[in-house]
Design a protein around this ligand. Structure first.
Ligand code: BEZ
Length: 211
């Protein structure tokens, strides 16, 4: 069965451009973005890896580690890394898993045979420090992902893991949030002594809690 939200992200060992890793040990107490690429030396993947490298300071601020996966061998990853640096202006600065036997790709269901027997789809798994899967995304090979959206989701996940709030449509860090329905008005008054706006009793809007 496909991996689902709340499942423990399966552990694995793999060779990467930053050495051999055990996934859970490598993740440590960080959040993780694990994402797959259909193939090395392909244009869309090249742009995604360059952009994700550019975002490293943003990932670091949020205690997030990125790790890519491609079913090509390590020597090929190392050559491709040169192209990424030259064409995207950002050198690869996170590990890229070499998975020529598709062990990790199979473990995570990254090959969708009705799309392609051999190439991985563009999967994204966000994993929390508790090693549980918090988000899954699947894009087709022909559509590059939006890694600003990945960051936005991480902001929401980190906020909602600390506070009993949810984030509304198109929310961005710093904008108003919603008190979750499981919090009674009585409890909400204790948490939000300045009150909230409620166009409907179930739609209670407050400024984003800090900390
Ligand atoms: C790409 O990354 O450019 C790509 C890979 C596989 C199919 C189509 C595009």
């Amino acid at each position: 069965m496909a991996l689902q939200l709340g499942d423990i992200a399966p552990d694995f060992e793999a060779d990467t451009t930053e050495g051999h890793i055990r996934f859970h040990e490598w993740a440590g107490d960080s959040w993780v973005v694990l994402f797959s690429h259909p193939k090395n030396f392909t244009p869309v993947c090249t742009t995604e890896l360059g952009y994700t490298s550019k975002l490293k300071p943003e990932f670091d601020k949020r205690n997030v580690k990125a790790i890519g996966l491609s079913v090509d061998p390590l020597a090929s990853h190392e050559k491709w890394a040169d192209d990424i640096k030259e064409t995207q202006g950002h050198a690869l600065n996170f590990p890229l898993i070499a998975d020529p036997e598709r062990k990790v790709a199979d473990l995570y269901g990254m090959i969708h045979p009705n799309a392609s027997d051999t190439l991985t789809v563009r999967s994204v798994f966000i994993v929390g420090p508790d090693k549980k899967i918090k988000l899954t995304l699947t894009y087709p090979a022909s559509t590059g992902r939006n890694f600003d959206e990945v960051l936005r989701v991480i902001d929401s996940l980190q906020l909602t893991s600390k506070h009993q709030v949810a984030t509304p449509v198109n929310w961005k860090n710093g904008e108003d949030v919603i008190i979750v329905p499981s919090v009674s008005d009585e409890d909400a008054k204790k948490k939000y002594p300045n009150g909230w706006t409620a166009p409907r009793p179930y739609l209670r809007i407050v400024p984003q809690p800090q900390g």
